[in-house]
Design a protein around this ligand. Structure first.
Ligand code: SF4
Length: 226
């Protein structure tokens, strides 16, 4: 497997936010979102066997929460799926962060899929494979990263049209962060003001949860490996 980094930190997003979590960031992505904050994962990394990844995860955390992220982890599906299965059998709770551009039906049922459906402002609209709606399970989560009002309207429409709130555990609306955000840790670094988004969500009574990337409010937004 090609791996950019493995580290333990607090989970910053989803309904698991705030929990201690081991992150396995796999190298490579087939999308190029305009606001991507992990471009360093597109290339490089180091070659590891699934056994080496397993051992490093166990060293960092003998039990608990593991997230596979990227890049796009499903580009390494052939090795990733058996590894996730092995970790589940060993008692771990596994989160898989994916854009849903790759097919997800081979993901083991015990894995919590956090699917980042791309909005127009990402520049990668319509990359979500609509067939993946059938692979969603009640414990899964759908995330929309929003950079402006048209992203918000896209997310509302998609959520309502596909009754997402009845399919998954949570629908998350999350303001995008500026790519060059560094230094101060405050909402001014968001492309879309969380207060504005909160107002829209309340006004429309959207069946979704406002999500903030809390790691960017705890640590310097430019910091890697947190
Ligand atoms: S899918 Fe994720 S890693 Fe890939 S470009 Fe978009 S935000 Fe970056």
């Amino acid at each position: 497997m090609q791996v950019t980094e493995i580290y333990r930190s607090l989970q910053g997003e989803s309904t698991y936010a705030g929990l201690s979590c081991v992150f396995v960031r796999l190298t490579g992505c087939n999308l190029r979102c305009t606001w991507c904050d992990t471009e360093y994962s597109f290339y490089g990394g180091k070659r590891m066997t699934p056994e080496e990844v397993f051992d490093e995860v166990v060293d960092l955390s003998p039990s608990g929460l593991i997230e596979f992220t990227g890049g796009e982890p499903m580009l390494q599906e052939r090795e990733l799926v058996p590894l996730m299965r092995r970790l589940i059998e060993s008692g771990y709770r596994i989160l898989l962060e994916t854009s849903g551009e790759r097919r997800l039906e081979q993901v083991p049922a015990g894995v919590v899929k956090i699917v980042d459906v791309k909005c127009p402002g990402s520049g990668e609209r319509d990359t979500f494979d609509i067939e993946n709606l059938k692979a969603l399970l009640p414990h899964d989560e759908i995330k929309f990263v929003l950079s402006d009002r048209s992203d918000y309207e896209f997310a509302c429409d998609f959520t309502l049209r596909h009754a997402l709130d009845r399919r998954v555990n949570a629908v998350l609306f999350s303001p995008a962060f500026r790519k060059d955000a560094a230094g101060t840790r405050d909402a001014s670094k968001c492309l879309l003001d969380p207060q504005l988004l909160a107002g829209w969500m309340l006004e429309d009574n959207v069946p979704a949860r406002l999500g903030l990337q809390i790691h960017k409010f705890i640590w310097d937004p430019a910091l890697k490996g947190v």
